[in-house]
Design a binder for this molecule. Structure first.
Ligand code: NAD
Ligand code: DAU
Length: 376
């Protein structure tokens, strides 16, 4: 489906997309980017769990092309009603429980939202797709946003994950996402649902909730709190700036082949310790008067995450060659943009780190023993 800016208005004329989980980190970046690009109207279905934040979308709250619906993707009647009312041309499925540490402490919500929720959406999408005809039916897409964690862990010299790498999820989170990917695959093959799966590496950027490595380290450093590095800090992740992920998703939506999987990654493999040290240097530079300088003195080694995957790396050659997508942001520029955003948005950080967040910090970190430099 190609967009014709002369005949298709921003809000009028063109059918919307239905986004799930659009108030979370990647979803809100996607919705903001989509509306800024005048790509058409958006209906955002989000339950507003602890990770969903309407503040992320305050700038578009009054945009006539934006509709927010607070609700659960497990609510079959609600999802069916939304599809019937809004008749979207695509479903962009971001909604999930997304934090590995939370999945270790409480896996139930992950199975419910990531597996049952995806199942509910697939069934509703299937019925909706069956009701369409002609170009509407031809053009409809279900894009399932998934993760590289479904592939398990890599040894230092292993080749990066590619689309044929066997699934080997290790955490409850990864297992629930793997299950959801398998459901999507089955709905394509059995029912002909025009779905596509993307498996992406670690994202970072504005609006990321400070339970994840990068925003957690920034938020703690700003308060002079310890920077808790799990284990030896030599675990490797392949970092991607969130807007590069959003651009990839748009390309997949417009030109990706139905039934295919596309791996998305930034080609930025870094150990956690390297990431934290780089963040500390950036904060030293951007906050020359901070009494916590040098921020690296705050680094504290803590007991490791159980079952901690050692290394992730993405082979993104398929999306690069087929859809002409490439990450535009380098890790250095992306991280600087990210730190600057958090410094400029201290009220956002304050708002999300009050209340229930403190309970989470206590639950996840208080019981972890601190590992001294010599004992590692
Ligand atoms: P997030 O935790 O920041 O946001 C999740 C959003 O989903 C929140 O707004 C939350 O309110 C909503 N949600 C949760 N349960 C819901 C339910 N039952 N019904 C409706 N809404 C619900 O997550 P994120 O980091 O933005 O990740 C988005 C998607 O991308 C997830 O599917 C995740 O698995 C995937 N992904 C994330 C990364 C990453 O690095 N963050 C990388 C690859 C893939
Ligand atoms: O790979 C994609 C995945 O990346 C996404 O599917 C997940 O939704 C997303 O949360 C992320 O998972 P990770 O577990 O890799 O991200 P997290 O930010 O939690 O941790 C990144 C690394 O940093 C990991 O090796 C654990 C480590 N870590 C994390 C925290 C929160 C620490 O050392 N200390 C910490 O306090």
């Amino acid at each position: 489906m190609s967009f014709n800016p002369t005949t298709d208005g921003a809000a009028g004329g063109r059918p919307p997309i239905l986004v799930t989980g659009g108030a979370g980190f990647i979803g809100s970046n996607f919705v903001l980017d989509w509306l800024a690009a005048n790509a058409g109207p958006v209906v955002n279905l989000d339950k507003l769990t602890y990770a969903g934040n309407p503040e992320n979308l305050a700038s578009i709250a009054d945009d006539p092309g934006y509709t927010f619906v607070q609700g659960d993707i497990c609510d079959a009647a609600l999802v069916a009603r939304l599809l019937d009312e809004h008749r979207p041309r695509a479903i962009m499925h971001f909604a999930a429980e997304s934090h590995v540490d939370r999945s270790i402490l409480g896996p139930e919500a992950f199975l419910r939202t990531n597996i049952d929720g995806t199942f509910t959406l697939l069934q509703a999408a299937r019925a909706y797709h069956a009701s369409l005809a002609g170009e509407e039916k031809e053009g409809f897409r279900f894009l399932h946003v998934s993760t590289d964690e479904v592939y398990g862990t890599l040894a230092p010299d292993d080749p990066a994950f590619h689309e044929e790498t066997p699934y080997a999820p290790n955490s409850p989170y990864a297992a629930s996402k793997a299950a959801s990917d398998h459901l999507v695959r089955a709905w394509v093959h059995t029912y002909g649902l025009p779905a596509i799966i993307t498996n992406c590496s670690n994202n970072y950027g504005p609006y990321q909730f400070p339970e994840k490595l990068i925003p957690l380290m920034i938020a703690n450093a700003l308060k002079g709190k310890p920077l808790p590095v799990y284990g030896d800090g030599q675990q490797v992740r392949d970092w991607l700036f969130v807007l590069d992920h959003c651009r990839a998703l748009r390309k997949v939506l417009e030109r990706g082949r139905v039934g295919e999987t596309y791996n998305v990654g930034g080609g930025n493999q870094r150990s956690n310790l390297e990431v934290v040290k780089t963040l500390c240097s950036l904060l030293d530079e951007l906050m020359p008067h901070s009494s916590f300088r040098p921020h690296a003195q705050l680094i504290t080694y803590v007991e490791d995450r159980p079952g901690h995957d050692r290394r992730y790396a993405i082979d993104a050659r398929k999306i690069e060659s087929e859809l002409d997508w490439r990450a535009q942001e380098s890790f250095e520029t992306g991280l600087r943009r990210t730190v600057e955003w958090y410094l400029a948005n201290s009220v956002w950080v304050e708002n999300v780190t009050s209340g229930a967040y403190q309970h989470w910090v206590k639950q996840n970190y208080a019981a972890r023993s601190t590992v001294t430099e010599g004992a590692r």
